[in-house]
Design a protein around this ligand. Structure first.
Ligand SMILES: C[S@@+](CC[C@H](N)C(=O)[O-])C[C@H]1O[C@@H](n2cnc3c(N)ncnc32)[C@H](O)[C@@H]1O
Ligand SMILES: [Zn+2]
Length: 364
């Protein structure tokens, strides 16, 4: 290549092409490549359906060793740019200048790994990628409409995802759970259940990695992992209920004030610890996303958490360090961890009452 290049991982792409490329998303691309590596199937058929410069497709080929890759982008300049990049990187990747919709409605091919990374919401594309997914396929889906998923625009979230979002300290986690609810509902239309392997919320994006399991039983089991959450704005306590007939508390169990309810959202697991352990083992240092992945790995995989500054504010007491509160909770034999969704919060296998006691014990 003679012109200026951008190097990332084992890929080098042309700089200056009029194609979308965000260098800040490197961390997420690194994580996706590591994820594909950890899947451990070089014979998997991978589709990068929003390829832009082709950087991901090239990295999946060169770094994860995936041999059968198709990259598509409906934008003509993107197609021209990825064509040149793929040739210069000397990788064999099939490229198409088509929209996801056109491709999914005309191809007879089926894929084992599908990367969807569009502008804003992935919602108009989820149905189409499910049409071309094999049983046990893994979908990697990015959403950058985080203001919508986090409840800054409640009506937009209801329109786009069919769920009422939460607009407080729980918003990032509930955003991820709303996205998973949307994917599981669409997957069920194709008789697929979903198994989240990894769910991430960072900077301006959310990204979920889910495995599909074919079968009516699997689809129904996933449907039952969805439900609603309630939240008390007075004491910051929450509850949730999933299954066929979710039951919600209209009054807070701790302070008896009225609660608000939100959803539907996915209330099952957000990840597979076993899978993430495999990713951590494969990780080569230095890896920018290492800390995040370790936090995710160590986090209790249960819905929601308590923001310590919000709790101290509602108690009208001085601030305490979340780590001190966590230690106090562990002393009382409760499981308590940090969370990727809020650096000042604690996830626990207990109630707001336990947290309040631990906060009080930590502030003396
Ligand atoms: C955010 S960029 C992808 C960035 C890329 N994954 C990366 O890591 O650099 C989104 C790309 O999706 C393409 N795109 C948007 N809607 C599409 C559709 N319906 N079908 C195919 N490509 C689409 C756009 O042209 C754009 O190049
Ligand atoms: Zn309350």
């Amino acid at each position: 290549m003679s012109m200026d290049q951008i190097r990332e991982g084992k890929a080098a792409i042309r700089a200056g092409d009029k194609v979308f490329f965000n260098p800040k998303m490197r961390k997420l691309r690194d994580m996706s490549v590591l994820f594909a590596k950890a899947l451990g199937n070089k014979k998997a058929r991978l589709l990068d359906c929003t390829a832009a410069t082709g950087i991901r497709a090239i990295r999946y080929a060169k770094e994860a060793g995936i041999r059968e890759i198709t990259a598509l982008d409906m934008n003509k300049s993107a197609y021209n740019s990825m064509r040149k990049n793929i040739a210069a990187n000397k990788v064999k990747i099939k490229i198409l200048n088509k929209s996801i919709q056109e491709f999914a409605n005309t191809t007879a091919e089926r894929f084992d790994i599908i990367d969807l990374d569009p502008f804003g919401t992935p919602s108009p594309h989820v149905f189409d990628i499910l049409k071309i997914a094999n049983n046990n396929a893994v979908l990697m889906v990015t959403a950058t409409d985080t203001a919508v998923l986090c409840g800054a625009h409640e009506a937009a979230c209801i329109k786009t995802y069919g769920s009422r979002p939460i607009h407080n300290e729980l918003c990032k986690e509930s955003g991820v759970r709303i996205l998973l609810n949307f994917i599981s509902r669409n997957a069920a239309l194709f008789n697929f259940g979903i198994e989240p392997l990894l769910s991430v919320s960072d900077m301006h994006y959310m990204r979920v990695f889910v495995r599909l399991h074919a079968g009516a039983k699997e689809a129904l089991a996933s449907a039952k992992e969805n439900g609603f959450a309630t939240f008390c704005g007075n004491c910051r306590s929450f509850s949730y209920s999933k299954g066929i007939a979710p039951r919600l508390n209209e009054k807070c169990a701790y302070c008896s004030k009225s609660t608000e309810f939100y959803g539907p959202m996915w209330l099952g697991n957000l990840l597979s610890k076993e899978f993430i352990a495999g990713m951590l083992k494969l990780m080569k240092s230095p890896y920018e996303g290492q800390k995040e992945l370790e936090t995710i790995y160590n986090e209790l995989d249960i819905p929601f958490f308590y923001s310590i500054p919000r709790i101290t504010k509602s108690l009208n007491t001085t601030s305490v360090s979340p780590e001190k509160v966590r230690t106090a909770l562990i002393k009382r034999k409760l499981s308590a961890t940090r969370t990727q969704f809020d650096k000042d919060a604690i996830k626990i296998s207990g109630s707001v009452e336990d947290v309040i006691k631990a906060v009080k014990a930590s502030s003396v």
